[in-house]
Design a protein around this ligand. Structure first.
Ligand code: KG4
Ligand code: ZN
Length: 345
């Protein structure tokens, strides 16, 4: 039996992306980044919506061309319904609705954070990989979210803990801004950290009970430390940039991992070993986080799942792939489907 072709559209933040999957196999994944935000040191929502409007038609055309199929072969169109910037989501969702109507195919709404997790199930026939087995835990870390999620089934997910203030990606981006590095700061810190000493500086971290996270204390600690050092030596950042990046990255990774470890202990006293633990979202591209998960998993007896690098940061393949699982269940949405800015779960 042939697998359905699904078109996925992602426009929740500042990347316009379209993808065609055949079942879970990615046939194309096109991403147009919006460089315009760089000069403002963060995403400007109004500019993001405008850029999505300009990018969406060529990005979708390219995704269909690269998949090498006729658009009449598409069985459904999946789109990011939320969470994200409302103006950005409206561009993708409106396009998806018109496309579904015009082509006479079903429309599928997808939650962005669920899609980050389900990216673990995307397949590449040239490079087959094992997939996590339900139930598994996923640390979902992006620019807007930091959640420890228990995944019982494709769309049966429970958030066990989450940040009460900044997300992990935001912590990277804000720390980068303090150091005068460009936006988005996460990948820049990752790169510079590879040349630095992670134990050179230490920063205060908030200690909150349970499985929730807090990153605002770390940000304040970095801010005050840098302010004080700059008073003594105006060249402090320049002279210590790599060590600062490595130390900040180490602190964020340690905060993330300590709660993840607690979560595995808390939910699986009886099945602590051979348990599947994954990471997902933009920050799961971070080299230190990927390494830490593999090391802790080896020590604790978990099976670790690191997403393929190209499906860590925002992409439409994860939306199309999640759409495929909804397609199998016959879970379609109507033309009244409205985007949502904040997480629904
Ligand atoms: O999932 P994502 O692409 O967008 C959201 O859904 O928010 O995540 C973007 C976040 C940004 O904060 C970015 O700095 C961070 O992911 N990020 C990284 C790395 N690559 C992206 N953070 C640390 N290290 C990286 N290599
Ligand atoms: Zn994301």
């Amino acid at each position: 039996m042939s697998l359905p072709f699904i078109l996925g559209i992602e426009s929740s933040c500042d990347d316009t992306s379209a993808s065609v999957v055949e079942g879970s196999i990615v046939r194309s994944n096109v991403i147009a980044n919006q460089d315009i935000h760089r000069e403002f040191g963060g995403v400007v929502p109004e500019l993001a919506s405008r850029a999505h409007q300009q990018n969406i038609v060529p990005v979708i055309q390219t995704a269909i061309q690269r998949a090498n199929i006729d658009k009449n072969k598409l069985a459904a169109v999946a789109f990011t319904q939320g969470p994200g910037l409302l103006g950005s989501l409206l561009v993708g969702s409106s396009f998806a609705k018109s496309f579904a109507l015009g082509m006479g195919i079903p429309l599928i709404e997808v939650d962005h954070m669920q899609a980050h997790i389900l990216a673990h199930f995307l397949e590449d026939p040239e490079n087959p990989r094992p997939v996590p087995v339900f139930p598994f835990l996923c640390l979902t870390v992006s620019g807007g979210h930091t959640q420890i999620v228990l995944i019982r089934d494709y769309f049966e997910m429970e958030v066990l803990g989450q940040t009460i203030d900044d997300a992990a990606g935001e912590a990277f981006d804000k720390a980068a801004k303090i150091l005068g590095l460009p936006y988005p700061g996460g990948p820049v810190i990752d790169k510079l950290a590879s040349e630095g000493d992670p134990s050179r500086f230490s920063f205060a971290r908030s200690n909150i009970p349970g499985l929730n996270y807090s990153f605002s204390g770390l940000k304040t600690s970095i801010l005050y430390f840098i302010r004080d050092e700059l008073k003594k030596d105006s060249g402090f950042i320049e002279k210590n940039r790599n060590d600062l990046c490595a130390s900040i990255q180490k602190t964020i990774v340690e905060i993330l991992m300590s709660k993840l470890k607690l979560a595995v202990q808390a939910i699986h006293e009886t099945r602590y070993t051979n348990f599947d633990v994954a990471i997902a979202g933009g920050v799961s591209a971070n080299s230190a986080l990927r390494k830490a998960l593999l090391e802790i998993a080896a020590a604790e007896g978990w099976r670790a799942f690191i997403p393929q690098f190209q499906y860590t940061t925002d992409n439409a393949a994860m939306i199309a792939g999640a759409g495929y699982f909804k397609f199998l269940k016959g879970e379609f949405s109507g033309q009244s489907a409205a985007p949502y800015a904040r997480s629904k779960w």
